[in-house]
Design a protein around this ligand. Sequence first.
Ligand code: ZN
Length: 559
Amino acid sequence: MRTLSTLVVILIISGALFGFAPNAKEEQLQKFITTHVEKIKPMEKEANLASWNAAVSGKSEDYDKVSRLTLELRQVYSDPCNFAFLKETKESGQVKSALLARQLDVLYNDYLENQIEPQLLKQIVELGTEIEEKFNTFRGSIEGRKVTDNQIKEILKTETDSEKRKQAWLASKQVGAVVADDLIRLVKLRNQAARKLGFDNFHTLSLTTAEQDVKELDKTFNELYDLTNEPFAKLKADLDSILASKYGVTAAELMPWHYHDPFFQETPLVYELDLDAYYKDKDVKELAIKFYNSIGLSVDSILSSSDLYERQGKNPHAFSTDIDREGDVRILCNLKNNEAWMETILHELGHAVYDKYHGRHVPYILRQPAHIFTTEAIAMFFGRLSRNPAWMQEMLELTDEQRAEIEKVSDKYAQLKQLIFVRWAMVMYDFEKRLYANPDQDLNTLWWDMVEKYQLVKRPPDRNEPDWAAKIHFTLAPCYYHNYVLGELLASQLHHYIIHKVLKLESYENVSFVGQRKAGEFLTMEVFEPAAMYHWNDMIERATGEPLTPKYFVAQFVK
Ligand SMILES: [Zn+2]
């Protein structure tokens, strides 16, 4: 395999020999980029460090610093003169150098999404914060008694009385009615901002700045819909009959509150499988180090600056962050020795090795993952291993009997988990697209049309409430949900390619990836090193021989 750096050297030499001298536009752009990077590089590092410190300390003054630095960075990207320069340069069509053109595309999008008029932006940010606060402080109630989200979840996981389940589910939806009007106002403000920038609506603007296309996405989602229709119906029928007998109702009587979470996005825990038992006497950190080392991806430098264990005030979740695009990559976790944290540390280290192994020769602006969903795909690819029976056997030194025990249910769970999630994500994607296209339509009905179509869950009779508004993502992370699905699709596409083309194995069965240095090499060369030098779909095509496709996800999880 040729290395990228040799390729770059060859290009530079041939450029010198054949006289690909940069034209005036290219020179201007290169100058702009140099000045821009000199300015933002220290700013981004400072902001990333501040954000890290805030997550680790939990101090409000640290969080204030993050907001201030984030705002300063946004101000750089909102400069209308610089945006005008980039727009003019792009439209001139004179930037021929692929590397410059790519940097121009990335910069242009970064500026474009920050061109919203300051007054309008202020309204959008303030209204968004207001809604978020309502989400944070609102408590639903059951028979006049306030309940927390965790209490609701607990009831939906364990309660067998249908009426009690119904009350808990209804309580989970009450926040919808509290925020719905504001959320519709927010959608309209976002649309107004997008129209001023020449887009149909905010959904189209968001996808465009993320280098995604509504038609392409629709195609992928439609294909996935067709391919999962029958298998999902079958798996769900099995699940329904188990749930129905558990609750003493017929399958036809099952209602949304009979599933184990408010939106039926997670797998109801109806098949016995306790993976935690296998991890409780192990050290998930050591397992992660051992595994990544075994495939030639060293995580020592990452872990030495990471923060891995619970502490008062510290962010209770997990993330990975690239501080400086120069190799200072860290993860934050709150490790416990169980399966969920095994998955999480493998997942976060997946993000981290992607960032760590970006080619150092790649220009700063492109020294980031090709797309937010491509780094998610790498994280998912590794995260999935914590439930993989072959991986577990090798890493945890299990007997064949123990492995067989896991295999009995792990496949079924993996399928259920993926299918339930993608069908739910279809609701989110399709509904949100229509929400921005026409926020004045009957959204309450639209929501249940989508739920019935994709999740095969019946709407409660005569219900006319804004149940959709209870999903916080419409407020906090608009037009983003589809990236989770694309991440899963790419994780499966890479999985397939690595098994068949890189490791040259016949089947999926028994593949643990432990010790497979070729897999690590392939990912480094074809995915991590090129960073964002290519459009995400070009990167995928270069790496796997075809653009992003749902077919390998279907092959892996739809049986
Ligand atoms: Zn992630």
